[in-house]
Every structure is written in structure tokens, then in C-alpha cells.
Design a protein around this ligand. Sequence first.
Ligand SMILES: *[C@@H]1O[C@H](CO)[C@@H](O)[C@H](O)[C@H]1NC(C)=O
Length: 440
Amino acid sequence: MKDLSTIYKLSVIAFALLGDVCSSRCSVLECWFVQERPGGGGFSAGMSQEKSALYIRTDPDSEKIEHKPPSDISPSRIYYVSDPASTFCSSALHPPEGSVNKPQCEINPFTPQASMVKWAAPLTSSAQSPIYLSADWFSVAAQGLNGELTLANVMRAQSGSKEPSVILSVSSKTSTVRSRLGEPVVLDCGFWVDPSSPLHGSGFAVEWRYQFRGEGRLVVAYDGKNDRFAETSETDADLDIVGLYETGNASLVLKEAQVRHAGTYICTVYLPHLLAQVALELEIVEPPALAVYPSPLPLSVPGQVVTVHCEASGFHPLSLDLDWEFTDAEGKKRSLGQGSVTGHRQARDGTYSQSARLELDSFKLGLGRGGEISCVAKHQGGSRRATVTLNVIGVSAPSIEDSMAMVAVALVLYGVIKVLFWTFSSNGTSNGDSNDKKEK
Ligand SMILES: *[C@@H]1O[C@H](CO)[C@@H](O)[C@H](O)[C@H]1NC(C)=O
């Protein structure tokens, strides 16, 4: 009886796990519901934050499954979301059960309004708000794990229904893009509009803005209503218009990454009265080019000080570790320290350079007859190494090669003497033999 109940329990657990695997992929998303504190509006009103849960259905015709809300979430903050394009279903938003890191998600009340920016204003030129807009609107911003997704959705629900549908979704596959200098860069951004919404097909606009340390500028803006680009100062950034219309691909392409491109990029998609935006970080990471001079190093005698320089240039960002290393004749490495490192300089292209100087006293540093002197640079973009050979002449203590050579010479000499000795002594005996025979 006991066995049976165990089997029963195990199978219940197994089914529960199976059910979890099948449905957990995109069933629920926990978000913070953030809104202005009711009754506020003053300067100090602040925001209120409540836990909320979005139960997601990708098939709008499927039966709505009632969920028992978790005890720490108010029933009024439970939403049953219809998401036919599975915008909420990326695995980056649904980590495995029990993982420590959680995706970030925030849901806010949203108020549709006509946009004032020049490239989006034509979308609402009629100045009338359709009845469609009088409903409950929400915006959701979510950030996947490991920077793998940034998502901004606008949702609409019949007033008071708590059953919103995703109407506009803007997303980027990554929240951080890293590029070396001179390479083409794609800043991913895509959007989706619910085809059953009256806003679908009534025009859109796309805008990319750049922001760095409080300074912002427009990179690209496309007015889809009039099929027109806004004037901007940026010349080497592009949108793929065909991709924009066919797949909602609003990715920004920078032809050649430069240091001045590093910063935050905001992709905004406008529909009439709606907008959603995602932000991406572009990092320009370029390892240094290294040079050691003088190269080759002059021959030196013990006690003579030779100064070596190492110049690291063309790197970004600034942080760099320079180190000196000595490799002796047997390949053994040891650090010679940093030497004296100069302050950095910034070139016109925004990259940095920095150098290190080392006073090489072969006697004091115990460098024997010399070896390889390397400058090693550690940088976020990778490690680099440059090497010169140090030759110290007239060192009194014999090296291993010297001793071995001496032993070899001694052996050869010994052999030669031995051979000579044999030759002479055997010559003497053979002569004696013949003499003996003659005597016989
Ligand atoms: C979007 O467009 C960019 C640039 O044209 C391209 O590199 C990228 O692969 C496209 N993304 C998709 C999902 O098609």
C-alpha cells in the first residue's frame, strides 16, 4: 500500500513537471506595476510600485485559463494578455525554474496622444482621436537575461477588462552591441503591429536618437506616412526601407564604427497616437597596437643601463594595464613590473595612447646573458605583446651552454689523445711481432 502511494505521488510529480515544461515557456511574466501615486500630481507625489502578473496567451481563440493569483499579488494586478506574435515568449524572459537572476519587467498605464515630432505628426494630422483609443492602455518594458532582449509593448484592453492585447511591440535582440573600430555595426530593432488593429496600415514613423552623457542628437528619422527621411547631420547611418516595410526591421546600420559612435541609441516606433521605444548601448572596444623601442636593443655589458620604451596606441576604452616580462634562455618567464607609465593621451579619432618605460640594469635585475624583454598590454579588447631581444655580453659566469661546450671539448680532446696513444702503442707491438717472426 505504501509502495503504491509512492508510485502515485511520483507520477503526480512527473506530470506536474511535464506540464510545467510544456506551459512554462510563455505562461506568466511577473512585472512591477508602476504608476504615479494616485491623488498626487504634485512635485513630491512620486511613484507607487506593486507586484503584478501577466498571464500570456499566444492563441487569442484559446480558452482563457483562470489562474489563482500568487498570494503576494493583488487580484486587481493580474492581467490576461493576448499576445498572438509571442512577443513575450523569448526564453530570455523565461529563465529556468529556480534561477537566481530574473528578467526585469515594468508595466505602466499609458495614455495615447498625438506626437509632436515632425516625422510622426503627419500620422495624426486629422486631429481626431478614434473611439478605438478610449480604452485602458498599458505599456510594458522588459529586459531579458544576459542582455539578450529589450522589449517595449503597448497593450489595449476594453475598459476595466484586465484582458489587454498587444497592439504594438518594439524589441531588440540585444541590449548591448560591441564593435571594433572601422567595422560595420547593426543596431537591432524590430517592430510588430497587430494586423487586426485599426492602427495597422495607417502609417508609422521610425526614429533613432543618440545619447551620451546628457547630450543627444537625432541620427535617423523616417516618416512612413510621406515616405520621407528627416534631415540629420549623420551621414554614415542607414535604415533598410525594404526590410522596414516587409518585416518591421528597423535596425540601424552604421557603416564604420568610430569612437564618437559609442553611447546609447534609442529606437522609437510611432503609430498614430502610440509609441514604443527600446534603448541599446553601443560599445567601441579596440585593443592597443604595441611597439617596443629601441628595436633591436643595443648590445649591453653587465652594469650598463638600457632604457626600453613601450608605446600602446589606438585603444578604446581607456583602461589599460601595461607590464614588462623577461623570458630567459630556457623560456622561463618572470615579471619585471610596470616600469614607469605615462599619463594617457587622446588622439583626434578618440582613441587613447599610453606608454611605459623600463630601466634595464641586467646586473641588478639578474638577467644574466639576456633573453627576451616583452611589453604586455591587457585590455578589455584583448591582450597584446611586443618583444625585443636583450643581449648582454662579457658575462663572467659561464652559462650552461658554455659549460657544456667545455665538457664537449674536453671529451673530444680526451678521445683524440686516447686514439693517438692507441695508434702509437699498437704500432710498437706490431713492429715487435714482426721482429719476433723474423727472429724465428
Ligand atoms: C535587419 O536588418 C539588418 C540590416 O539590414 C540585418 O543585418 C538583419 O539581419 C535584419 N534582421 C532580420 C531579423 O532580418
